[in-house]
Design a protein around this ligand. Structure first.
Ligand code: PGA
Length: 253
């Protein structure tokens, strides 16, 4: 059985005090809400990770993730944070390939493959993001483009490494815009992604993937998105900054 996951991507929001307040509220509120092995992953900025790991210690259903890691092992790369450093804090997950990293920091599929390798080598679980722009959806073969992101960054991995992998499908036109993919659009792309992995790794490995939806997910649309057979949870941006909204999304799982 694949895992159901709701992950909160805080992006560059919240001071340390504000962040710890939010974590305390979420941890209290989701206490009894996470059932059947479902997981919550909180992804605050780097500066808050150690404190958030400390605050969530002992919780079997709340984990901590970073929003990025370096594609280099260590050394003279000013401002970078390595996968090994994250693992040394007790961080368990790392978001890789978010569209904002691809767009504003020019991250390429090849660079992301290196990040994935370093994350895995250090025992971190990637939450690997893919998705198309509005132009690509309207004018191009957007399914092929999303599959290409996955092929170029992940298909060098072994079946063992891909088993249980976490993918986040995030249509870029839906991120932070208030536009959400419809239930049907989400299911169509999640199935396309699962089929793409099945063609390379077989149906059993593909069935083990947790494929999360991201893009203006909120308490009002989470239930119908999560009801899709191939949607295994969400990667939540804006709504993860409000404890009530985030908890309501977790409840929708
Ligand atoms: P959003 O962001 O929920 O604010 O649209 C999602 C994301 O970028 O992960």
């Amino acid at each position: 059985m694949r895992k159901q996951i709701v992950a909160g991507n805080w992006k560059m929001n919240k001071t340390l005090d504000q962040g710890l307040q939010l974590v305390s509220e979420i941890v209290n509120m989701v206490q009894d809400e996470v059932h059947n092995g479902a997981l919550v992953v909180l992804c605050p900025p780097f500066t808050h990770l150690q404190s958030v790991v400390h605050l969530t210690k002992g919780r079997t259903n709340v984990f901590v993730g970073a929003q990025n890691c370096s594609d280099k092992v260590s050394g003279a790369f000013t401002g970078e944070v390595s996968a090994e450093m994250l693992a040394s804090l007790g961080v368990q997950y790392v978001i890789l390939g978010h569209s904002e990293r691809r767009e504003y920091f020019a991250e390429t599929n090849a660079q992301l493959a290196a990040k994935v390798d370093l994350a895995l080598a250090n025992g971190l679980k990637p939450i690997f993001c893919c998705g198309e722009t509005l132009f690509q959806r309207q004018e191009q073969d957007y399914k092929a483009l999303v599959c290409e992101q996955l092929t170029e960054s992940l298909f060098h991995l072994s079946a063992d490494q891909i088993t249980g992998f976490v993918i986040a499908y995030e249509p870029i036109w839906a991120i932070g815009t208030g536009l959400t993919a419809s239930k049907e659009q989400a299911q169509e792309m999640h199935l396309t992604i699962r089929d793409h992995f099945a063609a390379k790794y077989g149906a059993e490995v593909a069935a083990s993937l947790s494929i999360l939806y991201g893009g203006s997910a909120k308490p009002s649309n989470a239930p119908e998105l999560f009801a899709n057979p191939d949607v295994d949870g969400g990667l939540i941006g804006g709504a993860s900054l409000l404890s009530r909204d985030f908890t309501d999304i977790v409840k929708a799982l």
